[in-house]
Design a protein around this ligand. Structure first.
Ligand code: GLC
Length: 541
């Protein structure tokens, strides 16, 4: 191990989508005061870090991922005083705040862009990326990535919506501005940053190089050395769709002075058509492939880098709906997914509502959807001749709004999220699935997560143990061993509703095996080697 031990090796991060977390003032939109009111709930769960999706001033074309001012709080979310209070109140409960830094692009309403589009001679013009000859680059949200600006007779680049012009990182002044933003928030006492689509900042559009551009790591080094590296022990994580285990090492090896860790997505793109497919073109995923991807990250980063561990976030479907059974075995399968993920080496992330097993949603009317990506896809594909039914099926499986319906707090109106009308409808299943009943029930998904979070604080094997995949060719069972000094642990999860028969010796189970955590009583496979539907356990061998 070349690593010093870090506080975040033992922490779990909880991701908050502020718009949908808790609305304290009744306008239908979650806010900072709402987060403050729920801090005791989060402290009970035991998490150490709260990652807030963007809370800065924004016209909300992409729900805050289009920032108009990095130094102001969005009016709907509250004030800078609320933010200071949140940092302090979270700190008092042992939790740090992680800010979401969206620096690949700004809003077109950011002052820099308003200046930039007035004249090619304006000093801010070069903060963005312009051309007279647009190429065929496409926006992630549909259509060309170039937008014509009549005043200048030039096009600007937007890899996301037209209202999200890309910043020009080749301009040292842009990099300076972002370092200043980081410093401002560090001075406020935040404990970390999540860098949005960080692997895109080194792009060279004219060569069609988008992710992993040649100067990417120089830019990140600069953010580290001039920015967060000046402060003690800041946790940083970068969103990097294009990462591989090799680049993952570079990103997270402390010696390369980049980030603490990255989010990689190899395990979350296995259910999309391989040739020319987008996320909406869904194919069944194969558990063997999922195991291969995650195991490669486990073994290749071991002792060299650091993993992040997650099943879902604000852009992805709910884990229990995607990989579990959100009907009959919702509770069992939610616990299983938690176990297999938290049993690995790395820093786990819980996305709000995951800890109570919240599920995907199915709105029958497209008008009930809010997400720009979903709505653009629906419009474009309808125009291209796709059938609405098929499109709705894709939306039910993959829309980002699956993760964005309001947090389900209790059985009162709107799931206790808001006294007003929520900006997006609540999932009607809040009668069954809500935080209040989860906290009251000691066998709930919530209390199971609590145990996993607590275990990480004390168990060295869980944090620093090596990893070995068992039964790699099994199509339903995900099983692995963790070893640390003389201790050995088995983690397994049945990714199916089938009853499996496995020879206990293949999982190294013996007479002395002791279960530590399990979702069915007596998980040692019994005499007949039986693993029940969605069964999971951590067992000391
Ligand atoms: C990231 C965010 C996503 C956003 C996009 C553009 O992928 O997670 O929500 O739409 O970047 O900022």
């Amino acid at each position: 191990m070349n690593h010093e031990h870090k506080w975040w090796h033992r922490s779990v991060v909880y991701q908050i989508y502020p718009r949908s977390f808790y609305d304290a003032d009744g306008d239908g939109i979650g806010d900072l005061a709402g987060i403050i009111r729920k801090l005791d709930y989060l402290a009970l769960l035991g998490v150490g870090v709260l990652w807030l999706c963007p809370v800065y001033a924004s016209p909300n074309d992409d729900n805050g991922y289009d920032i108009a001012d990095y130094y102001r709080i969005m009016d709907e979310f509250g004030t800078m005083d609320d933010m200071d209070r949140l940092i302090a109140e979270a700190g008092r409960r042992g939790m740090k705040i992680m800010m979401d830094v969206v620096a690949n692009h700004t809003s077109d309403e950011h002052r820099w862009f308003c200046e930039a589009r007035t004249s090619p001679d304006n000093p801010y013009h070069d903060y963005y990326i312009w051309t007279k000859q647009p190429n065929d680059l496409m926006s992630v949200f549909g259509g060309s990535a170039w937008q014509y600006e009549p005043r200048l007779d030039e096009y600007y680049l937007h890899l996301f919506s037209r209202k999200q012009p890309d910043l020009n990182w080749a301009n040292p002044q842009v990099r300076r501005e972002i370092v200043d933003v980081l410093t401002f928030w560090l001075e406020k006492g935040v404990g970390g940053f999540r860098f949005d689509v960080i692997d895109l900042i080194g792009k060279i559009p004219e060569q069609r190089i988008i992710a992993n551009g040649p100067r990417l790591h120089d830019y990140v080094l600069e953010l580290n050395e001039d920015g967060f590296g000046q402060y003690d022990d800041i946790l940083t994580v970068g969103e990097a769709w294009g990462a591989t285990p090799q680049t993952g090492v570079r990103w997270s090896d402390p010696e390369s002075r980049q980030l603490s860790m990255i989010f990689q997505f190899g395990h979350l793109t296995l259910d999309q058509a391989r040739v020319g497919g987008e996320k909406w073109d869904i194919i069944p995923y194969d558990l063997r492939e999922l195991k291969t991807v995650l195991s490669r990250w486990q073994t290749e980063l071991y002792g060299r880098g650091w993993n992040s561990l997650f099943w879902n976030n604000h852009d992805l479907p709910r884990a229990v709906s995607r990989f579990g059974d959100d009907g009959r075995y919702r509770v069992e399968s939610a616990k299983m997914l938690a176990t297999v993920l938290h049993g690995m080496a790395g820093t786990p992330y819980i996305y709000q509502g995951e800890e109570i097993g919240m599920t995907n949603v199915r709105f029958t009317d497209i008008a009930d959807y809010r997400d720009i990506e979903t709505l653009n896809m629906y419009r474009d594909r309808l125009a291209a001749g796709y059938r609405p039914q098929g499109l709705m099926a894709a939306i039910y499986a993959k829309s980002r709004d699956n993760a964005r319906t309001p947090m389900q707090w209790d059985t009162s109106e709107h799931a206790g999220f808001s006294a007003g009308t929520p900006w997006i409808k609540v999932n009607p299943n809040y009668w069954d699935i809500n935080a209040l009943s989860a906290v009251e029930d000691k066998d709930s998904v919530f209390h199971y997560y609590r145990r996993l979070v607590a275990l990480r604080k004390t168990a060295d094997w869980l944090v620093y143990g090596s990893y070995e995949l068992l039964l790699p060719d099994h199509g339903q069972l995900f099983a692995y061993c963790r070893r640390y000094e003389r201790e050995e642990y088995l983690v397994f999860g049945n990714f199916s509703g089938l009853t499996l028969t496995i020879d206990p010796a293949e999982l190294r189970l013996g007479a002395r095996s002791v279960p530590l955590l399990n979702n069915y009583p007596d998980p040692t496979l019994g005499e007949n080697g039986v693993i029940r539907p969605w069964e999971t356990a951590i067992i000391k061998l």
